[in-house]
Design a protein around this ligand. Sequence first.
Ligand SMILES: *Cc1c(COP(=O)(O)O)cnc(C)c1O
Length: 451
Amino acid sequence: MTDLLTGPDTVAQERRLVTEVPGPRSRELAARRAAAVTSAVGSVLPVYVERAGGGVIVDVDGNSFIDMGSGIAVTSVGHAAPEVVAAIQAQAASFLHTCFMVGPYEGYVAVAEELDRLTPGDHEKRSALFNSGAEAVENAVKVARVATGRSAVVVFDHAYHGRTNLTMALTAKNMPYKHGFGPFAGEIYRVPMSYPYRDEPGMTGEQAAARAFALIETQIGAENVAAVLIEPIQGEGGFVVPAPGFLPALADWCTRSGAVFIADEVQTGFCRTGSWFASDHEQVVPDLITTAKGIAAGMPLAALTGRAELLDAVHTGGLGGTYGGNPVACAAALANIRLMEAQDLNGAARAIEATMLPRLRALQERTGAIGDVRGRGAMLALEVVKPGTNEPDAALMYAVSKACHAEGVLVLTAGTYGNVLRFLPPLVIGQDLLAEALDVLDAAFDAHVGK
Ligand SMILES: *Cc1c(COP(=O)(O)O)cnc(C)c1O
């Protein structure tokens, strides 16, 4: 046990390449993978992971990568945070599974209490736990439909909500998420997002909201809308931050129309943007909120939290699942939340923004190939374009990301047009490591712009 606990601490917080990338052992695993794993599942990095600690991932050839992705905004407290590992070990030694619907346990209740306490608004709340973000979103839609007796769900351009049948329908982008996988669930209606970089210059959040309402009212009918579902900052869509006023206008419209306002905070939640939830930045109080990625430091857990009268409108037994709120995942979530509070990871996310934004803006200025720098906290992105235009340059973005990987920095990509580089570092990443990752990014742009 002590070995496991001290293991993560021994991962040096450094970037270090000792072989070419990928090295021989990773290439061997890639060959085994090709013969065993479907090619339908892709991976960002060409190397195979052996260990990870804090902000560093070590591959099977001994190369150390600076992690600017956190397993897609999951390991915000750092890889293998010792307190989380200890909580997992202790819970695993007590019991692994009873199924909350069969034999309930305290951990599930305690996670629900924390969610009810931390999510926006001081109204009476209830929570239910699930395994994945998609599952939480599906259940949000189920709750909204039961509670309102209506069926239409309004979603936005560039939205990402998951890969199950209902959440594919809620997701905007065809390739790779939907292509060939239909028919999709019905009663889903898509309206324009507020996308300041690509909207008419000067369009306010209220104007963008009015554009959406006009479509909703003429094409769906306000009285048919069960829910308006939105990511307060879009994740896979390219870290699109709506213009100020957009989210409050949507929430208002829902209140006036008797529709449920659902914030999908699966990617933005748990300190990622410098507050517990991205809705907090504009004092928006969602009726329902979905969470997952950052909730349990890497254990699979997701949640739906919201107004008690909405969640309790569902008949008993209507929500659940075999593994939802697994006790080990709950123990990890509780340790994760304690760490986030004790270490002020909201402050840490804001400090990352303070370090990164000026560097990213300087890079924009210098290269001319970055149309927009955006995001909040430790959720920042660059939209890569052909210089002097806003025309997406996916090829340049891809070349830069590959160059970063080859130099030992893990960056992620995103965006409807495949031209967004996104950064989601662990919130505990050291300032030196962060600065080094940005140096590598600078060099990658210099090597590829205009080539
Ligand atoms: C990742 C994500 C989901 C889906 O979560 P999974 O755990 O992959 O099912 C849903 N919504 C948003 C905003 C996400 O970023």
